[in-house]
Design a protein. Structure first.
Length: 67
């Protein structure tokens, strides 16, 4: 049992060393969350404002073309 605890402590120390070796590693789960939240906001805004923006675009094109 003591050997198992010692092995576990050694593994934890090594994992900490690996994490500390590369300070540029970053926070991957955090970036994934930010990306997913941004995509969700874009989809929500598109659903709400899409028809109005399409109408504005079509009206503008019609005025430019003189229709």
């Amino acid at each position: 049992m003591q050997d198992l605890l010692g092995l576990r402590a050694a593994v934890v120390r090594r994992i900490d060393q690996i994490r500390d070796d590369n300070p540029e590693r970053g926070d991957v789960p955090g970036w994934v969350l930010v990306t997913l939240m941004t995509a969700g906001l874009v989809v929500a805004l598109w659903a709400v404002a899409g028809p109005a923006l399409t109408n504005v675009f079509n009206t503008s094109i019609q005025r430019v073309l003189g229709m």
